[in-house]
Every structure is written in C-alpha cells, then in structure tokens.
Design a protein around this ligand. Sequence first.
Ligand code: SAM
Length: 250
Amino acid sequence: MLRFDILTLFPGLFCGVFEESIVRRAVDAGLVELNLHNIRDHAPGKHHVTDDTPYAGGGGMVMKPEPIWLAVEALLGHEVMGPADVDQPVILLTPQGRRFDQRVAVELAQKPRLILICGRYEGFDERVRAHLANDEISIGDFVLSGGEIPAMAVVEAVTRLLPGALGDPMGALKDSYTSGLLEYPHYTRPPVWRGYGVPEALLSGHHAEVERWRRQQALLRTWQRRPDLLAGVELSDADREFLRRLGAEV
Ligand code: SAM
C-alpha cells in the first residue's frame, strides 16, 4: 500500500481525476491511499492567511512557511527543525525541481508514503524548500499556475506502476520509457478503416513474427523520435543489425 498525502489550497481540483479510472480502482483495491489536506486548515488566525507579499517588493504573493510547515508536522506527528527530522519523501512540486520521468516514477513507486506539496502564486517561501522538503519535482520546462496538475501527474504515473493497478499485469513493463524504448504502434479492429489497413505481421497469427515486428517498430520509432534513448537500452545482435540497416550508429 502506497500512501499519498497531498497538501494543496484547492483540494476540489482533484475530484474528477481521483474518482475515476485507474486511480480510483487502485484506491478501491487497497493499493494506494489518497489523502488531500487543505493547507488553509493549518493557517493560524481568524482569516487563515496562507500567502503574503514578498520581502523587498516585486510582484505576486508568496506562500507563507507556517501553514505548510504545520501541515507537514501534523502528518508526521512531530516537530521539524530541519531536513534531518524528515525521514520520508516530502516533495515540492516546482518548475525548478528535478525533471519527472519514468525513472523517477519507478523510484517513487518503491516508497511506502509520499507527501506532495502543491504551490500557488509565486511559489513557496524559500525556507520550505531549504529546511522542510527533501525533494523537488518538475513535470517539465513550463510554468503552470499551481502544483495540483503536476501532483495529479505524479500520482497517476506512480499508481499505474504498482503491481495489480493495471488490468494487464505486463502492461506497464511494455510502456514507453519503462522498457527503455518508445513502445511499438498499436492497432485494433476493423482490419481496414477508410482504406488504411493493418500491418500483415499483426494478422499473421505467428507469435514470433508479431514479437519481431513489435521489437523492430519500437527500435525504429525510438531511433526516429528519441535516438538519445538507444544508448541506455540493452540491444541484441538482431537489434543492432536492424538499427545498422536503418543507418543508426550503434
Ligand atoms: N515563480 C515560480 C518560478 O518562476 O519558478 C513559479 C510559480 S508557479 C506560477 C506556482 C506553482 O505552480 C509552483 O509553486 C508549483 O507548485 C507549480 N508549478 C508550476 N509549474 C510547475 C511545473 N512545471 N512542475 C511542477 N510544479 C509546477
């Protein structure tokens, strides 16, 4: 069981995503536990203020350290004076973090518990990053208005890696990036659509032929779109020969 604790100012944003499909099934099957925590509930004072103007001026608002800190302490059940007091992943979603990819998803899927903190406005008071969180994740080199969509992406990508989360237990292993290659193309019925057919190999009924076609298509696709990935893949002699015929340097 992997437990996610998500700290956000907008818990309602997660409704649809967490209430349907793979994530919902994983929750129902007891593979994951998803807990949403409103940072505002931990903001002291009558108005529960969670943000303030930046010191020394500049535009925008900054998320105050207290509410986030108190929310994390409430989850951990003890005071946190620095990162040494935190023995589980406390992850800031931030465009300045390490880039989220399948390798990071696999790493996170091994953990028993993940605390994800969603920012808003200009982001977090720097002391949250420096002295409370112990990991920072970005879902790409672009800036969103909040960490909620990045947190959903992390939960989705990690959850589908958990044994039992997918209908096909081998499904995640064949996915792009998990295997090291981009996945081969898929076809389904009808056999001809608007005059476009299905590759003969897939209709042949010969298991070995199908496997060879899929492997070659994965190699071709990866070479065409992400040749950088080939360096990290274990290649057979047949793979190398196929790539050499394409003109790839292997
Ligand atoms: N001022 C910040 C900067 O330039 O680095 C950007 C703040 S952004 C408008 C507000 C919040 O959205 C961030 O604190 C973060 O939680 C989230 N966010 C935006 N883009 C993100 C990304 N690519 N990956 C992860 N989180 C992101």
